[in-house]
Design a protein around this ligand. Structure first.
Ligand code: GLN
Length: 284
């Protein structure tokens, strides 16, 4: 016992590496256990860890090695600089979705009059990452968010409260909770992994993240087809629709949107890894 901080970290990184996990996970877990940021951790590398903290650390590292996502162990993921609580009922927010936010914010600012009150809907909100971020980044939006999972809505509501975002949450399937109004901005990161291609997901994702947030039918495009079918009835004449999409779905999703909105401008945007990631449609 009586391990110093750096000894514990060294042990963790080789143990994690040996088991094919990210060797930096040890740092994150220890920072969480000690309630420290990285600067503090680095300045206290020679401190002897209290035994209870050390034992907690061993247990957390082992738990991650057995496959549990770090975010489930520590209870949150950072998204757009804010901490969102997560659990097994919601998809853990991904950095690709931060790119979706950046693209949408840019379009919102250039496309709409900044003084207009805009109605924005996030469909299938999960942890609430998109809805809460949109509201906090642009207070002039009236943001609503839905999910088919009550358990997910609970987490999203908690995140909105903790982060101080006023969101109108609704329970229901896809566009159904939004069907009696007209919307200016519709955003969604729907499930888009093709059934049968679960191999592209890591074992950690496959075993610990909700399948109803991941799989979008045989070719992964089921939800975009439903959107293309139903969105024309519920968006305003001038509107913006933005989807996160899978790495090779750009052309197909863009074609669906062009067919649904013949006079629109639809673009496919690549993520920082050069993969199709966003389809954006400006209607009118
Ligand atoms: N980007 C997620 C993944 O690859 C999938 C998200 C989704 O289906 N919307 O793990």
């Amino acid at each position: 016992m009586h391990k110093k901080v750096y000894e514990a970290l060294n042990w963790a990184s080789s143990f994690l590496k040996e088991h094919g996990r990210d060797e930096n996970a040890g740092e994150l877990l220890l920072m969480w256990i000690l309630g420290w940021n990285r600067a503090r951790l680095l300045s206290e590398l020679r401190m002897v860890l209290p035994e209870s903290k050390y034992n907690h650390f061993l247990q957390a590292v082992k738990e991650h090695i057995s496959g549990r996502p770090i975010q489930h162990i520590i209870g949150y993921e950072e998204f757009f600089g804010r901490k969102f609580s997560v659990n097994e009922h919601v998809l853990i927010p991904r950095p690709e979705t931060e790119e979706l936010i950046v693209a949408v914010l840019e379009r919102v600012d250039s496309y709409f009059d900044p003084s207009s009150k805009l109605k924005c809907a996030d469909i299938g909100t999960g942890s609430g990452a998109i809805a809460v971020t949109m509201k906090l980044e642009r207070q002039h939006l009236a943001v609503s968010a839905s999910d088919i999972s009550e358990a997910a809505l609970k987490i999203a509501q908690k995140n909105a409260e903790t982060l101080g975002a006023e969101i109108d949450f609704r329970h229901g399937d896809l566009l159904e909770p939004f069907s009696n109004e007209k919307w200016d901005i519709v955003i969604s990161n729907p499930p888009y992994i093709p059934i049968g291609e679960e191999d592209i997901l890591s074992e950690v994702v496959r075993e610990h993240e909700p399948h109803n947030a991941l799989f979008g039918g045989e070719d992964g495009l089921d939800f975009y087809r439903r959107f293309a079918n139903d969105l024309p009835k519920i968006v305003n004449e001038k509107a913006l629709v933005a989807f996160e999409i899978g790495a090779s779905q750009g052309e197909e999703v863009a074609a669906l949107m062009k067919k649904a909105f013949p006079n629109s401008k639809t673009e496919i945007i690549f993520d920082i890894n050069g993969k199709d990631r966003i389809v954006l449609t400006q209607i009118n």
